[in-house]
Design a protein. Structure first.
Length: 297
């Protein structure tokens, strides 16, 4: 383990040690959920470079790509990427989700209250789910290369379609719980309490409400994102972490902008009491009643 990795471990330990832990009182027997969520987010953000550093140190020696190595590399990279994304971008995601509902169309103070509402559940389940996604995607990509499939767009499309299926099977319940907590503007209701409410009203299958919309939003978004990133890297070069991050951000912006209507349909399907209907009908209803602007909230 290199010096940088050791420093990240030290920072993580210091963050834990310096976090105030007041003794429980009659009014407060445990830390507030909001404080707990923010503390967990901070620790996860500090831990992300540790995962990346370990993966980078393991990859210092050039090795011939194999399916198993690509799977392991995808697992490590996916976990680190998900931790960083969930922690750094989560407040933006919270504001976006609230603006995509009928009640949140106006920009008010309510939209910005408790931006880390529901962050712990995605961190716990979303990280291994993201590791699974990239492990499957990279492994299938290497398998396709070994079989002589060289069309990058075709390989990207097929691997993304296949990798998103297990990813959303694992993540859909947590995405639903997260969305419900974000729309409720609070972390006071525990994730398992939200899950219990969903099961009581809609049965166990109700936890996968929005799975179809999530999958059909993720597939075109991911295919477009990876394809644009590859094109930008071929055009401008992919050397250097800063350049890779910049090109990746540009590719993500293009993909998410193009698929925003599908994202709106996904959020609307996860609202409490939302009617069950297919994606095309839902998009048509939003367009008829609220106009084109609502599809790009």
């Amino acid at each position: 383990m290199n010096t940088r990795t050791e420093w990240h471990f030290c920072i993580l330990i210091v963050c834990q040690a310096l976090t105030p832990q007041p003794p429980p009182t009659k009014q407060q027997h445990r830390p507030q959920p909001c404080t707990t969520a923010r503390r967990g987010a901070l620790q996860a953000l500090v831990a992300a470079p540790v995962v990346r550093a370990i993966a980078a140190s393991a990859a210092e020696t050039p090795q011939t790509p194999t399916v198993s190595r690509e799977v392991l590399s995808g697992l490590a990279g996916g976990a680190a990427q998900r931790i960083t994304k969930d922690v750094v971008l989560y407040p933006i995601d919270t504001v976006k989700v609230r603006l995509q509902t009928v009640q949140g169309r106006t920009l008010s103070r309510r939209v910005f209250v408790d931006p880390y509402a529901g962050v712990l559940a995605p961190l716990v389940v979303g990280v291994p789910a993201a590791a699974l996604f990239f492990g499957v995607k990279d492994g299938l990509g290497e398998l396709a290369a070994e079989r002589g499939l060289t069309d990058p767009f075709l390989v990207e499309a097929v691997t993304v379609c296949l990798a998103n299926a297990p990813y959303w099977l694992a993540r859909a319940p947590i995405e639903l719980i997260k969305t419900r907590q974000q729309l409720a503007n609070t972390t006071m209701e525990k994730p398992w309490a939200v899950a219990q409410t969903i099961i009581e009203s809609d049965g166990l299958a109700g936890l996968w409400t929005g799975f179809r919309e999530s999958y059909w939003h993720a597939v075109p978004a991911d295919v477009l994102k990876f394809s644009v990133y590859r094109a930008l890297k071929d055009r401008y070069g992919g050397a250097g972490i800063f350049r890779k991050a910049l090109l990746g951000s540009a590719a993500s912006a293009v993909a998410l902008s193009a698929t925003t209507p599908l994202d709106v349909a996904k959020t609307r399907s996860m609202e409490r009491g939302a009617a069950s209907e297919d994606i095309i009908k839902r998009l048509g209803a939003i367009l008829d009643t609220e106009g084109v602007g609502a599809l790009y909230a």
